[in-house]
Design a protein around this ligand. Structure first.
Ligand code: NI
Length: 485
């Protein structure tokens, strides 16, 4: 106890000395630190470069308890490869021990590089355990310091004063955004923050992203928050090596950024929460809602469709095919950034009632991984190709979303007929099926949106339409609607 106190005092002293006489560095003031944004789960605009010399390793079990894990191995960097595989193995062991042979839980482990400079590489691992009625998420970053040839914990990058300021700013933001139900702790000291900082990353704008695990705070609405602190404010939070981690130029090209060059959609997408959050509350038990859904993309016409949806301020749902996601991750990233819901539509569109269990697992997990790698979000929705489904098939933790209005746009390839079928089928709670790979469909959409809005409909995403009724493993053909309608 005394030793700890002494160390803390020494560190405080070092921090104080470190800031005296350093005119360019802002004096750390807890009151002035603000959290720019707080998102549930992964941050959307993380620096996530594809670098050479990285191999993805994989482990999976298709027998219950089912899991699918991928993690990186960096060439000649065993300092980090060993702890990364230890974390993955510990997660798999804990899951396998905790779940039985007739258990429908599914564990998915994925990874991202959340920063990469000449000296530091940050590997961030995500674990999701999906059960029929709940999903658990956890995150863990490991930071390789190549110069020191060692791996440091994310919390070690921050100064003691920085941790306190971070804790306070997080609590302030979570409380004001009503993300803590019940009594928020009055304050978080440096040790609390030590145990809550599970990961770190750098955004494409150079801002700091801290992944906070909330298992030690009661009544919090998310298990992991991505806390973004602006570049200018973040600089005051670090220890010496931490500041180098933060300030060294990032290497590589972040995923999805290459295709954005020369177009303005990613540069101008600065999503405010009200615009970007597809889980934003709309009560479709009171409001006349319709969800428009687009299958089989992303394709050559998807970006035009996104432009139309943006102009109309309408959110939709995209059921994407994995191999197309891998080809056009930037489009999927844009879909998520602009507030649309992105679902899984298998890897290459087989009829799942005719393939083996193992093939279903491969089709779904590979696609979810591709969507996560493109957008930072794992899909919660799945739509089976051709609507071919049976209760015996495992949805791997996703809700199964069918439709109740079929425009047959793939068959008619005619904007007028597609429009007619959409409007004739429209009713409160409807899920309308389109395909964003046909130009005639994209052509029809602005008119369909305008007509539906004239008729008093609010266009929503599938998660908004289903609200809290949405559950993994359940099959939905339509959504909530006002009782009198
Ligand atoms: Ni399809």
């Amino acid at each position: 106890m005394r030793v700890k106190y002494f160390l803390a005092a020494m560190l405080a002293l070092v921090v104080a000395i470190g800031t005296v006489g350093c005119a360019t560095r802002t004096q750390l003031s807890e009151a002035s630190l603000t959290v720019q944004s707080l998102t549930n789960g992964a941050a959307e605009q993380i620096w996530s470069p594809n670098l050479d010399g990285i191999t993805t390793l994989e482990s999976a079990s298709e027998q219950p308890p089912k899991f699918h894990a991928t993690w990186p191995s960096l060439a000649n960097e065993d300092e980090i490869n060993t702890p990364v595989s230890q974390v993955v193995n510990a997660w798999i062991d804990a899951f396998s021990l905790g779940h039985g042979k007739d258990d429908s839980a599914t564990q998915t482990i994925t990874w991202q590089l959340t920063s990469a400079s000449a000296r530091f590489i940050t590997v961030t691992l995500w674990e999701q355990v999906a059960q029929p009625d709940s999903t658990a998420l956890q995150v863990r970053s490991l930071v390789l310091d190549k110069d020191a040839k060692k791996v440091v914990e994310p919390a070690e990058l921050f100064s003691e004063a920085g941790k306190k300021a971070l804790g306070k700013a997080f609590l302030d933001k979570a409380t004001s955004a009503k993300l803590i139900q019940g009594n928020a702790p009055a304050r978080l000291d440096a040790q609390d923050v030590d145990s809550m900082v599970r990961g770190v990353g750098i955004s494409r704008d150079g801002d700091l992203v801290v992944y906070i695990g909330t298992d030690k705070i009661a009544g919090v609405t998310a298990q992991v928050f991505a806390v973004t602190v602006s570049k200018d404010q973040a600089e005051q939070l670090f220890s010496g090596a931490g500041l180098t981690w933060f300030q060294d130029p990032q290497i590589g090209t972040p995923a999805g950024a290459a295709a954005a060059n020369g177009t303005d959609h990613l540069a101008t997408a600065s999503p405010s929460p009200s615009e970007s959050d597809s889980s934003m509350a709309v009560d479709c038990a009171v409001t006349k809602c319709i969800a428009i859904t687009f299958d089989d993309g992303p394709g050559p016409y998807t970006e035009k469709l996104l432009d139309e949806l943006k102009a109309a301020k309408v959110k939709a749902t995209f059921f994407t095919v994995g191999n197309q996601v891998a080809r056009h991750p930037e489009i999927v990233k844009r879909e998520v950034q602009e507030g649309h819901a992105v679902g899984n539509h298998s890897w290459n569109h087989p009829q799942l009632t005719k393939v083996s269990k193992g093939e279903v697992a491969r089709q779904l997990n590979k696609t979810s991984d591709a969507i996560f790698n493109a957008s930072g979000k794992r899909p919660e929705l799945f739509r089976p190709p051709y609507g071919a489904w049976s209760k015996k098939i495992d949805s791997h933790g996703m809700a199964v979303i069918m439709w109740d209005v079929d425009t047959e746009d793939w068959k008619n390839r005619n904007a007028a007929i597609t429009t007619k079928r959409a409007l004739e089928g429209a009713h409160p709670g409807a899920i309308i099926l389109f395909h964003d790979i046909h130009p005639s469909t994209v052509e029809a959409i602005p008119g369909i949106i305008a007509k539906l809005q004239q008729q008093g409909y609010t266009l929503v995403t599938v998660p908004q339409l289903l609200g809290e009724t949405m559950k993994a493993g359940h099959v939905f053909y339509d959504g909530k609607h006002p009782k009198k309608a």
